[in-house]
Design a protein around this ligand. Sequence first.
Ligand code: SF4
Length: 266
Amino acid sequence: MPTAIIFDIKRFAVHDGPGIRTTVFLKGCPLRCWWCHNPESQAKEPYTVDIERKVNGQSIPGRKTYGEKIEVAALMETLLKDRHFYEESGGGITFSGGEPMMQADALAVLLEECKKNGLHTIVDTSGFAKCEQFERILDHTDLFLYDLKNMDPELHKKYTGVDNGLIQSNADFLLESGAQIIFRIPVIPGISTSDDEVNRMVFFIEERKEYLKEVHLLPYHRISENKYFRLRMKQQLPEVKEPDQKFMWQLKEKFEKTGLDVFIGG
Ligand code: SF4
């Protein structure tokens, strides 16, 4: 069995899909979103860095390792420990990242093993991967949480580092193949919230609504600021404020015009 590189495992997760779940965060991501909440996930290999912590306003230096290699068989043993909770709550396993599709071999085996054990599976993806990799995991993935970040290709490239053509064509491939998808839209004021962006996003979803059940709007939050500081990484969005509740409800109404259920948050 292959080895996976993970940077976290979150047990008893309730925001990463239905029921009580374990979320496995796989390392590595080809994107560089300006608002990324998990910058430690972006490099594929584990690494150790000098870090700084803020304690009572003072900087305390230290070292921390992000990521570990783990045999898929050992990871499955961990995931199966909470089987009872998944069964009772209608939950299961969510594979997130980083971009889980970057570890295509490990992910395919993990999903297959989960299904062999009767577990519900979710892949939380940016959609930026070869179409064949999605084809490979289709039969063992119950639901895709699929990000839509920007509709304008230039904006997408500017704010994530990659083009959105592949992402949109993979979404269509999955939908036409009968996959269950929930589109998740990061709401980043000034980046994905212009009238043009919202209208294009609503149009994109409306055209595909017969295949969809719901849409999630994910409000930007600044909780990762301290992470950037610790990692001594430059945060790209220091000036952006979190969207307020009124704005989120107005946005929800615009997306509800598609006729789909729209939720704020995961
Ligand atoms: S796709 Fe997700 S993990 Fe990758 S850079 Fe963007 S926000 Fe971060």
